[in-house]
Every structure is written in structure tokens, then in C-alpha cells.
Design a protein. Structure first.
Lengths: 123, 386
């Protein structure tokens, strides 16, 4: 595979496992994607599932503006968002939205939903 | 133009930071005011300037050359720095080397941004492609949540609670009571800190810099020119820098400052304990600690004790303007704010907050959060020449 980033945002519709980029030469894992591998300077990447992880730190981000306008013109209240730093078994740290119930230290799986990384309850 | 000379900083100034600038006060307005004030502080004439550097997040579609034209300058050396919190020390490094090589003799370095709350968030949502494509839609607007994680991680590693991190903004605010230019000038109590509006726990309002509009500028010239001015000047004993040391794979609490530390002090020919004040980039209290520790100013590693005994009770001078946490962050000017205060202190021009007999100071730059933490680290050891 070429240096084309394989984790490019693809649109909002599907939920799929979160993918990271693996250097085909040395196995270095990158997220977000890179051009040249920091490990070996290589430019060949393949997609690989992020794998299971642990939410090492969590927070509840307060919205900056109390209301925002949707494309329809409707104004909605901004909600606080649960966010976490997730350390995957492959050693990649991913910043993700957290589903309800995930606390610091919790095991998670990572999916791509709404164009972003989301941590869901893992096993 | 000389054949090359040691560099001396001879002036430093700040265009008063404003929380609600009038519509006609643009980024370039603040930059120009800071430049004029810095030249006046230095005693250098506008026509002598032969080098110019600028750092800003909001010049577009203008660039350094446009500002050179608008500032009425003709220069032999020109740079635009895009490294935010690290831009001041980065530009200083390049300016010093230019003067040492004889590429220019009298360089003005400037930084500034006009930013209201909405401008700031428009900027942070498209800060770089990684933020735009991977973080902004979480939603994440600005790095507060990222530094909440870093604060939590550092607290867990060093046994620190909110009451301990509080020492940084409380100590800095005490200095800010003597800084008429600071956004927050009242003393901060532990109760106020703990009860403040949560932003992204464990971070509350007073863990975050107030967003302001403003500008900063410094004037660097040759040692010969500085001597003819007949006033004190500031020499640069050493500057070291490290960019993208860990490809964002690291934990953000053990930083590139550790890597450059030994070389910085060896090149400076002094030890961390020899400096009388430190001006560390303070986007968040945790990063003040990380830099002080990683650069060797907490030799026993007992960060908790340092916070309470040295910083809070002892009032050892860190960020004597109150830092950005009190004075405000005017975009890229945040990367020069600490340098300006360091220079004022070393030149004996810090007024009520003067650190008596200050000879040596440390000034740092940090920032450019690519994905999870800052990628830029730089530091300068500065000394007074009477």
C-alpha cells in the first residue's frame, strides 16, 4: 500500500472498528497517520485495528458556548462531553469520546462513529 | 553591518493586553504598539533596525514581509515564526545567531494576536489538520481536555491533588497584584481556586489562561551597540531547543526539556541553582511544574514540597508578571510574554515586582499541541550585563 493515509475520515454514516496505520517495514503504529515512519523512515503503511485499550484518564469537557446552531437553523444546548485518553494494547494513545459508564482505568474497545474515535465498553 | 558580534537584548515591551478590544484594534495594531514601545525602551531609533521577526496566529493573509512594509522597515534578516508558545525563544535563537554571524545588527522580534473568544475557538478548531480531522468533532475546542489528562497523569505520578496544583496560580497571582497590565490582578485564594467553574476536571477556570488581545516585542543588537547605549543589557548564555522528540507517543509529563537540560546548562556554564528567577511557559499549572522539574530546578524531585515551600511560601520568583495564567495569553504573544518579563527583571525595570540583584534567569517556550501534548520545547539562560 502507498503512503496514502488509511485512517482518513470517511463520512458520518457507518460505525466501524477504529483503524490505525502500521508501517509495513518496521511495524510502528501511527494515529493520526504520518507520511514517513519515525522508526525507519519508510513510506508504506497498512491499516490495522486499534485493538483493545484502557481509558487511562477521563474528563467531562464543559461546552465553550452554551448554545450552537445546527445546519437546520435550530439552536441547541451544548452538552458536556465525556472524553478520555485511551492507551491501546499496541501502545498507541488515542483521544476519544467516551460512552457513558466508562471511568478511568476501564477497559474499552475503540470504534469510529460520527467521524471520530469513540471508546465503548470493552471486555 | 558588523562582521559578527555577541548579541545583547536591550529592550522589551508589551502592548497592554485587552480582554475586549475595540473593533479597530487589529492584530497588527498591537504588534506595532509593542514594537514602538520596545524601541523606546531600548533607546534605539526606528531607522537603525535591520532585522525583523514576527510570530502571530492571525496575520493572514499578511506575512512578515507585509509587516516589514507596514512598519516602515528595511531589513537584511527576516523571519516569521509559527510556533506559538515556543516562538519567542525560537526567534531569539535565530536573531542571536544572525547577530553573531554579522547578518544583521539590530533586530526587532515581535508577537501578537487580536483574539476574542469566538476568534480563539475558530482558530483552535482548525489549529492543524490533526485537530481539524481527528479532534474537533469529538468535540474538542482548544487543548483544555488534553491538559486535564496531563494534569491527572502528573498528579498520579507525583502524588499531587488540586490543592497542590493550586500553588501555581495562587503564587503567580500574588506577583500579578503588582502588574497593572495583568487581566487578573486580585489575589487568588485556595477556596476560589477549588470552587471555580469546572472547565474539564480536574481543571477549573483558574487553571486556564484568560484569552486576551495584545502584543510583545524585544530588541536584540550587537554588544558594541549595546555598550554605546550606556545602559544595562541582557546576554544570552545559551539556548537549546527540541522539536517533536516523541512523535506524540510520549506521556506529555516527561518532556523534551529533560533531553536538552544537561546540554543547556553545560553550554550556559552555570547550574540550575545559580538562576535567581524562572519564566516558564504557563499555559497550565502542570506545565509550569513539568518544565521546572525537567530543567533541573527541583533537584530532589519532591514536587509537592517545592510547590508549597519554595513557590508558595518562599515566593521563589517564577513568572513574576503573574504569568499568562494571570496576565492573559494574547495568542502567539504568549510565547514572548515570559521573555519580556525576564528581560525587564534583568534590566532592573520591573518596578514594584523587581527581584533585587537578579543576574541570571531562565526563560522557556513550549507549545504546539499536535495531537495530545506540546511538540516544541526551548529554553534560554539569560544574564544581566551592567
Amino acid at each position: 500500500m502507498s503512503a496514502e493515509p488509511t485512517t482518513e475520515p470517511r463520512g458520518d454514516s457507518a460505525e466501524e472498528p477504529l483503524m490505525v496505520s502500521e508501517c509495513t517495514a518496521c511495524g510502528y503504529l501511527a494515529y493520526p497517520p504520518r507520511l514517513l515512519c519515525p522508526g525507519c523512515g519508510g513510506s508504506s503503511w497498512r491499516p490495522r485495528p486499534a485493538g483493545a485499550g484502557v481509558a487511562t484518564e477521563v474528563t467531562v469537557r464543559r461546552p465553550v458556548f452554551e448554545r450552537r446552531q445546527l445546519p437546520s437553523g435550530e439552536w441547541v444546548e451544548e452538552e458536556p462531553t465525556r472524553l478520555g485518553a485511551v492507551s491501546t494494547e499496541g501502545g498507541v494513545r488515542i483521544i476519544a469520546r467516551l460512552e457513558a459508564g466508562i471511568e478511568a482505568g476501564g477497559r474499552v474497545a475503540l470504534v469510529r462513529r460520527d467521524g471520530v474515535a469513540v471508546a465503548v465498553e470493552g471486555s | 553591518m558588523s562582521a559578527g558580534s555577541e548579541a545583547r537584548i536591550v529592550g522589551a515591551a508589551e502592548a497592554t493586553y485587552e480582554r475586549h478590544p475595540a473593533p479597530e484594534r487589529e492584530t497588527e495594531t498591537f504588534i506595532a504598539e509593542a514594537v514602538v514601545a520596545a524601541l523606546a525602551d531600548a533607546g534605539i531609533e526606528h531607522g537603525e533596525v535591520d532585522g525583523y521577526g514576527v510570530a502571530s496566529f492571525s496575520l493572514a493573509p499578511d506575512h512578515a514581509i507585509d509587516l516589514t512594509w507596514k512598519l516602515g522597515l528595511t531589513v537584511n534578516w527576516l523571519m516569521e515564526d509559527t510556533n506559538g508558545g515556543a516562538s519567542g525563544v525560537n526567534m531569539l535563537q535565530h536573531a542571536v545567531r544572525a547577530i553573531e554571524a554579522g547578518d544583521a545588527e539590530t533586530i526587532v522580534l515581535s508577537s501578537g494576536d487580536r483574539l476574542d473568544k469566538r476568534d480563539f475557538h475558530l482558530m483552535t478548531d482548525s489549529y492543524n489538520k490533526a485537530v481539524r480531522d481527528y479532534l474537533a468533532r469529538l468535540p474538542l475546542s482548544g487543548p483544555n481536555a488534553l491538559f486535564a489528562f496531563i494534569t491527572e497523569r502528573y498528579g498520579a505520578a507525583h502524588g499531587l491533588e488540586r490543592e497542590d496544583f493550586a500553588c501555581v496560580p495562587i503564587a503567580q497571582r500574588a506577583w500579578a497584584t503588582m502588574n497593572p497590565g495583568a487581566a487578573y490582578r486580585e489575589p487568588l485564594t485556595l477556596e476560589e481556586y477549588l470552587d471555580s467553574v469546572p472547565v474539564a476536571p480536574p481543571l477549573g477556570r483558574y487553571d486556564c489562561v484568560p484569552i486576551v488581545s495584545g502584543g510583545d516585542a524585544i530588541v536584540v543588537t550587537s554588544a558594541e551597540r549595546a555598550a554605546r547605549l550606556g545602559r544595562p543589557s541582557v546576554g544570552v548564555r545559551a539556548i537549546r531547543a527540541l522539536y517533536n522528540p516523541d512523535h506524540q507517543d510520549g506521556n506529555g509529563i516527561e518532556t523534551g526539556f529533560s533531553t536538552i537540560r544537561d546540554d543547556l546548562w553545560a553550554a550556559a556554564g552555570v547550574r540550575p541553582e545559580d538562576v535567581g528567577a524562572a519564566f516558564v511557559y504557563d499555559d497550565y499549572p502542570v506545565m509550569v511544574l513539568v518544565q521546572l522539574a525537567d530543567l533541573g530546578l527541583i533537584p530532589d524531585g519532591d514536587v509537592k514540597r517545592y510547590l508549597h515551600r519554595t513557590l508558595l511560601e518562599g515566593r521563589w520568583p517564577v513568572n513574576t508578571s503573574g504569568g499568562q495564567l494571570s496576565a492573559g495569553q494574547a495568542g502567539a504573544a504568549g510565547g514572548m510574554h515570559g521573555l519580556v518579563e525576564a528581560i525587564r527583571q534583568l534590566l532592573g525595570r520591573a518596578g514594584e515586582r523587581q527581584v533585587e540583584g537578579l543576574e541570571l534567569a531562565l526563560a522557556t517556550g513550549y507549545g504546539m499541541v499536535l495531537y495530545s501534548h506540546g511538540a516544541c520545547h526551548n529554553a534560554a539562560v539569560l544574564e544581566r550585563h551592567s
